[in-house]
Design a protein around this ligand. Structure first.
Ligand code: CUA
Length: 326
């Protein structure tokens, strides 16, 4: 963006809708323009008064700078001035309160006909569960349709933030929180975790994919049963991406929060209790269901359990996939 375009976008708030501005990503949801409007309203009021007050301060510093001139007369009460500087900020505050409150209520109250998706946060990935039982590690939604996210956490507090939709909400263990949006354009939008949640907080990223309704239906059908039309190893590879395994495990031998999967099959691992184990089917199965029971030496052992989240069929598929990384 050129400097001129940048200036214009700030002044008019117009270019933001499609391509974003210096400050903001695109306005990709129905509520984003209101949020930005309130933001810029407060922003320009702040700029206006900062400039005015600073200029006045400098002017008075210069005007009354030395003892050569007579000292300024002591300020007397001025009713007109008192009224102006009470009423003007008062009216501005009422405006800000009104637009802030109505905008906030809009972004907090999901329409009744919203499409519902369950979101689970855990260290350090997001899982999305759809009405047909499909599970994904990335959020897929239809365009021009309100979507309500019902969110909870398996461990600590996370926060689900989609900047392009201007929507953010804490995700808390032991209870449900929610947020909603209606995407107004097809595309790919970044998701962040915005509550510090441990070592790999900054890697707790995913994407939101906004599809046309027909493309979304097709995606949802396919995601409903990933075993259909795939070999177990292929299904396993899809599962490891969906469930966020690669946030902590690398495929290229590089060191992350968990042991690398490069050449993992058949490897001998030294465990933190001093024992030694060969990586085979039962070791992998146990590591997925009871990760704390056998921690590889030198790693934090922070992996959450997938008990109740992965079916036996899924675990078998992941095992077959790991075999292909020999
Ligand atoms: Cu999850 Cu930060």
């Amino acid at each position: 963006m050129t400097l001129t375009a940048f200036a214009v976008s700030i002044l008019t708030n117009a270019a933001i809708a499609s391509e974003g501005s210096f400050w903001f990503p695109p306005q990709a949801s129905t509520t984003a323009s209101t949020v930005d409007w309130v933001y810029y309203f407060i922003y320009w009021i702040s700029v206006f008064f900062t400039v005015m007050i600073t200029a006045a301060a400098i002017y008075f510093c210069v005007k009354f700078r030395s003892k050569k001139t007579a000292p300024a007369a002591a300020a007397a009460h001025n009713t007109a001035l008192e009224i102006v500087w009470t009423v003007v900020p008062g009216v501005l505050c009422v405006f800000i309160f009104y637009f802030g409150l109505t905008g906030y209520m809009d972004t907090k109250t999901a329409p009744d006909d919203s499409y519902e998706i369950h979101v689970t946060g855990q260290k350090w990935n997001w899982t999305f569960t759809y009405p047909n039982g499909a599970v994904a590690g990335e959020l897929h939604v239809p365009v021009h349709r309100p979507v309500r996210l019902i969110m909870t956490s398996n461990d600590v507090i996370h926060s689900f933030f989609i900047p392009a939709f201007r929507t953010k909400q804490d995700v808390v263990p032991g209870r449900y929180s929610e947020e909603w949006f209606e995407a107004n354009e097809v595309g790919e939008f970044q998701v962040f975790c915005t509550e510090y949640c441990g070592t790999s907080h900054s890697a707790m990223l995913t994407k939101t994919f906004v599809h046309e309704q027909s493309d979304f239906d097709e995606w949802l059908h396919k995601a409903g049963d990933i075993h259909e039309g795939h070999t177990p190893a292929e299904a396993g590879e899809i599962l490891t991406k969906q469930r966020g395994c690669l946030v902590c495990h690398s495929l290229d031998g590089s060191r992350k929060t968990g042991p690398s999967w490069q050449g993992i099959w058949g490897r001998n691992e030294n465990l933190s209790d001093g024992s030694n184990v060969k990586v085979e089917e039962n070791y992998i199965r146990q590591s997925i269901l009871q990760p704390q029971s056998q921690i590889v030496a030198g790693y934090p052992g922070s992996m959450p359990t997938y008990q109740g989240q992965l079916k036996d069929k899924d675990i078998t598929a992941i095992i077959e996939y790991l075999k292909t990384l020999r």
